[in-house]
Design a protein around this ligand. Structure first.
Ligand SMILES: Nc1ncnc2c1ncn2[C@@H]1O[C@H](COP(=O)(O)OP(=O)(O)OP(=O)(O)O)[C@@H](O)[C@H]1O
Length: 309
């Protein structure tokens, strides 16, 4: 036993271990966090169907924010729309083009109201835990991303407690939140978006000609005036803390076919138009008289495809 050789060996082993750990362990630096603007554009163009408005707004918002070295506040996006229209999917595309590890990144945090904050009687505990979680994570990485799903089911008190982090503060308790991204997902306003899209369809107008201003007023009115939407109770809107309201349009037959073909591609199956058509035909469409929009959007395509392939 030679203590010198042994301690050199152990030291060397520890140093190699540290290097390997550093190499593979995600850290808050440009090796792991590097925004890929072209990647996001390609993903939105090629993978997101039927959402020309959301696509445009998100690309502009995220690219602008990520290229600003000194943002005055965190980026706050509020995504609204019918179920299965791509709100979670877009959040994933954003995460994948900001973080090398995408949704698996330890800097991406997802909260689902009914899952993480189910009991109204525990709001006080949720509040302090959520605040500590946000503060702790942004302290260790200012480029953190927080996704709040089912925002319309979130307790108003909880929304209120995250408000300070969304505001124009230089620092709060020594922590700067200005480089973080907050994404809120909700079905609030979904019906008004459906109505506007249906009016367009009935008038024989091209969906892609719909502009943000066509949905903006009715969307903000319905979100603001809806007691159930959660936002109503808070000053997120009056204080202008949300930078972009992003509408997701209801999906039509053609988009469902595209979703089915995309799912085949993801499974390395050759594209089969007949199967895609069959899957799309199998879904339920609304409103009853026109049957234009898929009730569940592209949500059940994955399981439907299992049945046909
Ligand atoms: N517009 C779309 N383009 C391409 N794929 C889509 C689109 N919308 C939905 N999908 C597919 O359907 C799946 C379910 O959609 P997603 O979870 O994004 O819906 P959502 O809008 O978040 O619904 P919910 O409001 O019910 O949470 C996605 O993972 C994706 O595979």
């Amino acid at each position: 036993f030679d203590p010198i050789t042994t301690s050199v060996g152990v030291g060397l082993f520890a140093a190699v271990g540290r290097t390997i750990y550093k190499y593979f362990h995600e850290s808050c630096d440009t090796k792991w966090i590097a925004f890929n603007a072209t990647g996001l554009k390609t993903d939105l163009d090629e993978k997101l169907f039927g959402q020309h408005l959301a696509s445009r707004i998100i690309l502009r918002a995220v690219s602008g924010f990520m290229s600003n070295e000194n943002p005055k506040k965190p980026l706050v996006l509020s995504l609204h729309g019918w179920t299965g229209t791509g709100k979670n999917f877009v959040s994933k595309l954003i995460a994948e083009n900001v973080y090398k590890e995408g949704m698996h990144s330890s800097f991406v945090h997802v909260f689902t109201s009914t899952l993480h904050f189910p009991h109204p009687s525990l709001i006080a505990t949720y509040k302090s835990e959520l605040q500590q979680w946000i503060k702790g994570n942004v302290s260790s990485c200012e480029r953190s991303m927080f996704i709040f799903d089912e925002m319309d089911k979130m307790h108003p008190g909880l929304i209120d407690c995250i408000k300070p982090y969304l505001d124009y503060y230089d620092k709060l308790d020594g922590v700067s939140y200005r480089k973080s991204i907050f994404i809120f997902l909700s079905n609030a306003g979904g019906e008004s978006i459906v109505q506007t899209t249906l009016d367009f369809w009935k008038a024989g107008r091209i969906r892609e000609e719909m502009e943000l201003k066509d949905v903006e007023t009715s969307l903000s009115l319905s979100v603001f005036n809806n007691n159930k939407s959660g936002f109503f109770h808070t000053s997120l809107i009056d204080k202008n803390l949300v930078d972009f309201f992003v509408p997701f349009l209801p999906l039509e037959y053609l988009h469902i076919v595209q979703c089915a073909l995309a799912e085949m591609k993801a499974r390395n199956l050759p594209p089969d138009m007949d199967v895609a058509d069959q899957v799309a035909k199998d879904l339920v469409y609304f409103p009853k008289s026109e049957r234009v929009f898929s009730v569940k959007g592209c949500k059940t395509i994955e399981s439907k495809l299992d049945y046909y392939t």
